[in-house]
Design a protein around this ligand. Sequence first.
Ligand code: PMP
Length: 357
Amino acid sequence: MNKSFWSPGLEKLEPYTPGEQANSKNLVKLNTNENPYPASPEALSLLAQGDFADALRRYPDPESCELRAAIAERYDLNDNQIFVGNGSDEVLALSFYSFFRRSDPLLFPDITYSFYPVYCQLFDIEPRTIPLRADFTLAVEDFAGNAGGIIIPNPNAPTGRYLPLDQIEELLRLQSEQVVIIDEAYIDFGGESATRLIDQHPNLLVIHTLSKSYALAGLRLGFAMGQKHLIEGLLRAKNSFNSYPIDAIAQQVATAAIRDSAWHADNCGKVIATRQRSEEALQELGFQVVSSKANFILAKPPEPGAETLYLALRERNILVRYFNKPRISEYLRISIGTDDEMDQLIRNCKEILASQS
Ligand code: PMP
């Protein structure tokens, strides 16, 4: 391939590869942590019945005022403490660009969301991975010392491990001169959000997404919450890349979804109940299950092991995530589907394990 037109950085860039997006209707898709249920009916009926002719003819509100107001109300913050982007991936990218120092390393766990090293490369930030303990818990004290910032997902991905708020506060104190990002993509499935620490901590940025607990991964909507000076920084970066990032329809649909708090609570409750049931069923089959507060489970299957089981499930049209990476190559990450989908998974695992023993 002729790469002579590429900038020097581009050739070295190793892009993130998301989990397979297979489209077959017969597939039980438990590999990318999507929500198995349709989104809030308020949001869906707006899409089905809304009249968007004017909204589409005009440029969208560049400041997403209504959406930001709905988010602020939901989290008891001010509108000027909210920043919205096209999925939390975009919000993360702008945050890396805006807040992490080029002169000092960015700290994150050795097992974590694989987009972080990609952004480090993209923005020329030195990554320093901090090893998790053997049980995949995080030792806050390991994040002391010279740093240009910290980012951790809470709950962590793909482990599902959750760090309580007192330890997040400890992290914020350890690096009080640097921005600490808590990526709370999965927080609604049983964790307590760090948003209530925002007023006391000028270095805290909390990032959320509508892709998981709101069942709107296709809409691409994520947001950051923090004190005004951090949000102003993100706005400055955003306006230099794309001043109209959120399209008019997405703004309206996301606003309706955020306001439908009853649907949201009910959905999270269903996913949590299915997770608990699935953890027990997997343990009964001999899996070692890492206790999860997310909408997925990381679990180590018995013999013949993770890769063989992943391939055998795939043959049977069931997709789970297998990572060929250090420390987790013996595990599978299984997204929480509907009860029926999880029953199919368990039944098939049982058959495959029995046939191999
Ligand atoms: N953070 C974490 C920890 C994730 O697992 C994901 C989903 N892959 C994201 C952020 C990005 O989510 P989205 O861009 O869909 O908002």
